[in-house]
Write a new protein. Structure first.
Length: 494
């Protein structure tokens, strides 16, 4: 890429909504200041004060009062659905602004955010807006002299904690269904990428969601996140982030409740390629799943497990695809490879690669940062081969564009390699043979199995992990039901 590549927008002209959004008012938090840095060039965008304990107290108090008064959950679902449609409409009207807020501080390419992330967030709002008007319980058998039924009710005040890697989608996928279910929601976005979701929450208020039912509190995990999870006024915690932080959150929720939690955590997803797969098409799919957001996606398919009969030909095809990337700032038209989020993250990737090499692995492509790309942290697409199963490059979530390559000689060996992992978020299978595909889908220990495709393409499909990838689902009807609790009512008559 050259400096003459056109900018999709000028990052210097973007104005950022900064602070804590409580009761519709955006005010600087009272917590310690922290810098928000552009990963594309390392520049500090602004210094922000996160929410401290008193900000959290205030947001919880406002939300609790709003929930108790019924200003939102007491509104007919069809009327709440109308407000959600207006919210989606307003977001569409602010597409350009949301793209810029999403892309400047994060690793999301503006070109992708425009056609994928922001439209998907809008689709999420519409989807849960529709679902809320169809919430119903069941009428149960009663033995004759009673009416026996179940009804679904919101929990109360939901704390939603989201990561930096897909900021607007991963925040909206909590905010929209939890609100749709009638809860009041306090969202803590990642301190690295708070802007797009603050703006989207402001648009929700403009559309008619009561301001007290939607707060956004940027801040760090150990201060703002911890204060929220442990607050006695929080009734439910929904968390997306690393397995390590999720374990802390679950322990805190148990000690300070117990209160229900759902956890969407890390992954190290395998992609099984059989000899009858279409090599060029599948190589392109596998490469894309590693390159997208520079591998910083929970379900990135970063463990290639390929039939040894086609291993050389297939890995050559993947390598060719990986070499086509154009690293560059998120706001440049020509960029196809994002930066990694921070210098610390690039050092972590290098450290895992070093450990992997010491354990006998060979890096056959990439292995380090590009030099002279706009001052950001751009990691070269990397392939690692000759790996034992216990190599950290096979077992650890790297969260970078790093593909481990292993081979198999029969399907059972492929499954055994794939399942020998602490994680179980997703898996891919590529084969023209239906029996092979179904057998693998049945045996793979993962919350999602994609066959002859990779990555979610339907917001109605639930996503959520097995094993240390968490529990509870986001997306789909399950990602809505989890914000409702079931009550049984039995009325005797006659
Ligand atoms: P992280 O765990 O560092 O942080 C996630 C969020 O939790 C942030 O908002 C952070 O401030 C907060 N947090 C951290 N410690 C906390 C604590 N003790 N109490 C309360 N909140 C706390 O993760 P990250 O680096 O932001 O995101 C990357 C991780 O997220 C990866 O492991 C990735 O796989 C995972 N992830 C999972 C999914 C999924 O759907 N399973 C989706 C996206 C990302």
């Amino acid at each position: 890429m050259t400096n003459s590549d056109p900018d999709l927008f000028d990052p210097e002209t973007v104005s950022f909504p900064s602070g804590c959004l409580i009761a519709g008012e955006l005010r600087e938090g009272l917590g310690d200041p922290f810098p928000v840095i552009r990963p594309s060039d390392g520049k500090i965008i602004l210094t922000m004060r996160g929410a401290d304990l008193s900000d959290v107290d205030r947001a919880v108090e406002v939300a609790t009062q709003a929930f108790r008064s019924g200003t939102w959950r007491g509104v007919r679902p069809v009327d709440r659905a109308r407000i959600f449609r207006r919210w989606a409409y307003l977001a569409e009207q602010h597409l350009d602004e949301l793209v810029q807020l999403e892309a400047v501080a994060s690793t999301r390419l503006a070109s992708e955010a425009r056609v994928a992330d922001i439209p998907k967030a809008i689709e999420i709002i519409r989807y849960y807006g529709e679902l809320m008007s169809r919430t119903h319980g069941d009428v149960l058998g009663s033995g004759g002299n009673a009416l026996n039924f179940t009804q679904k009710e919101p929990y109360g005040v939901v704390a939603a904690i989201s990561p930096w890697n897909m900021p607007i989608i991963l925040s909206t996928i909590k905010l929209a269904p939890a609100l749709a279910a009638g809860n009041a929601v306090i969202l803590k976005p990642s301190e690295f990428t708070p802007f797009s979701i603050i703006r989207l929450a402001q648009l929700a208020v403009e559309a008619g969601v009561p301001a007290a039912c939607i707060s956004v509190l940027p801040g760090t995990g150990p201060i703002t996140g911890h204060a929220l999870v442990t607050h006695p006024g929080i009734d439910y915690v929904t968390f997306t982030g690393s397995t390590q932080s999720g374990s802390v959150v679950m322990g805190d929720a148990a000690r300070h409740g117990p209160k229900p939690v759902s956890l969407e955590l890390g992954g190290k997803s395998p992609q099984l390629v059989f000899a009858d797969a279409d090599i060029d098409i599948v190589a392109d799919t596998v490469a894309r799943s590693v390159i997208r957001n520079a591998g910083q996606i929970c379900f990135a398919g970063t463990r290639l497990i390929v039939d040894q009969k086609i291993a050389n030909e297939f890995t050559d095809a993947v390598r060719r695809q990986l070499l086509t990337v154009v690293p560059g700032p998120t706001w440049k038209q020509a960029s196809t490879l994002s930066p990694v989020i921070s210098e610390k993250q690039s050092e972590r990737i290098l450290d895992i690669l070093r450990q992997g090499k010491e354990a006998g692995a060979e890096i056959t492509l990439g292995g380090g940062l590009y030099e002279n790309v706009s001052g950001g942290w751009f990691f070269k697409p990397t392939m690692v081969e000759r790996l034992e199963q216990d190599n950290p490059i096979v077992q650890e979530e790297v969260f970078g564009p790093v593909l481990s390559v292993q081979t198999f000689s029969d399907p059972e060996e492929a499954l055994s390699l794939a399942n020998d992992s602490q994680y179980g978020l997703a898996a891919g299978v590529y084969s023209a043979n239906l029996n092979t595909a179904l057998h693998c889908a049945h045996k793979l220990q993962a919350g999602t199995v994609w066959v002859n495709q990779y990555g979610p393409d339907d917001i109605a499909s639930p996503i959520g992990g097995f094993k240390k990838s968490g529990f509870g689902k986001d997306f789909g009807a399950d990602g809505y039901d989890k914000y409702l609790r079931l009550k049984n009512v039995r009325i005797k008559f006659g």
